[in-house]
Design a protein around this ligand. Sequence first.
Ligand SMILES: Cc1cc2nc3c(=O)[nH]c(=O)nc-3n(C[C@H](O)[C@H](O)[C@H](O)COP(=O)(O)OP(=O)(O)OC[C@H]3O[C@@H](n4cnc5c(N)ncnc54)[C@H](O)[C@@H]3O)c2cc1C
Length: 474
Amino acid sequence: MSYDILIVGAGTAGMSCAITAAQRGLKVGVIEKSDHVGGAMHWSGGHMSAGGTRLQKEKGIEDSVEKHLEDIYRINNKSGDLKLIEMAVREAPKTIEWLDELGMEWAPECPRIIYGHVAYETARTIYGPEKAMSIYKVLLPQWEEQVAMGRIECHFKNSFIGLSKSDNRFDTVICDVETGKCEYKGKNIVITSGGYGSNPAYFQQKHPNIPLVSSCYPTATADGHVILEKQGAQFKYGEFHLPSLGGMEEVEGSGRVDFNANWAMVLTSVYRQPRDIYVNAHGKRFIREDEVSPEARELATMQQPEWCFWVIFDEKALNSPDENGNHNPIMIGRTVEEMKAEAKRGKALRMADTIEGLADATGLPKDNLKQTIAEYNTMIDIKKDSNFGRSYLEDPIKTAPFYALKVHASVLVTFGGIKVNKDLQVLDTDEQPMPGIYAAGEVLGLGATSGSSFCSGMAITPALGFGRILGRTL
Ligand SMILES: Cc1cc2nc3c(=O)[nH]c(=O)nc-3n(C[C@H](O)[C@H](O)[C@H](O)COP(=O)(O)OP(=O)(O)OC[C@H]3O[C@@H](n4cnc5c(N)ncnc54)[C@H](O)[C@@H]3O)c2cc1C
């Protein structure tokens, strides 16, 4: 089978590329290893960002592509692939406009400033009420229409395992299928196979000293990276790796967390004032819990053993509403009753009637934990944190039962990826384009489009935007 464009991966970038190319009359082949389209959109938060959108104008928010770009450079110290970042930011309002035209529903509170990452100065993050599924829901009918017209042919359960070329140009994708191997031809080949956070072996190879606790979509298994690198492609930006806080392992030691079900609100002082303390495996505090900067929290956690910590609180804190009247915001979306049930299960959340018992339940060193909590209670009395400068000093930890919640620095998106030029052509280790091969989406690495910091929306927005650019230009 031979196509004008052959796309590997029917996820975020792959769908937008396929739809855009097919609507321009091209014959598009898509190789997909799973049995469904949409990829990470099924799990993603779907926070997009763009400057100068209709929604911003309607709410009187002044913004532009230039301001968005400036803000990103302020946040990431002008790191990453600056050409790609500029391209992504320029394409972003057009992507939003496209989704708007397709009837995308936006959450009523958008655009807003998000504090889960270092905050933009302007409210420019927007998302749908069903997170990335809101995007998926407007893309799917477009996709289905092109499939019905015969312009997109998607080959499910075909796993991309190799590439070959003729006349010095890559033109063949080799796939593993149930019955053996299969080959597809494409005048241009676009790799949109996603990230590598669900491939522990590859992750360890790229980040030997980083513990992997992953919330990435299960198909983010580095297949595109491995095959492209085997053909000589360049891997970049792995050194920018930053985790996200804070995931809770459903099964201890599994290395997996569920972003949508098991996430802890450790963004204190932005969304709530802390009635808790954070201790590391030695039972010691390591940060002011009301630290505002998400990056400071992430970096501090990266200095702790296993990149994790315990959030320690008491019964009174569990039952106290936060400043917005929410009960209890420590585990996102859980009620007090649900948290108590979780504590009885005794996995991520542990409970005991005494501090000694809590040390036994968690394995934290008893003397250290007792001393840390005693010091904290004294801090509350004297209203001063001489160690870390915490300023919210209201609630002592002394009402039994006591709780400890284990929180991991987790991987939502992988930062390293395959280097491309401004035409999104894959580059080899000598910086030369590999003829016939293009890439878009998380396979490029978040480090390329967001640099050394998390900039809100700079994964999914470029995935959609670059997919569209390739759909147009190829
Ligand atoms: C929980 C979570 C929350 C997130 N929240 C946000 C957010 O709010 N904002 C933001 O900007 N980003 C966010 N992201 C990241 C963002 O959603 C992803 O980076 C982006 O959607 C990835 O798009 P993609 O097209 O590169 O990959 P995907 O959408 O993952 O698509 C890749 C496709 O390739 C297929 N594939 C893989 N290997 C093969 C193979 N060998 N052969 C054939 N097919 C293959 C997969 O099955 C999949 O369908 C989040 C991610 C997660 C996991």
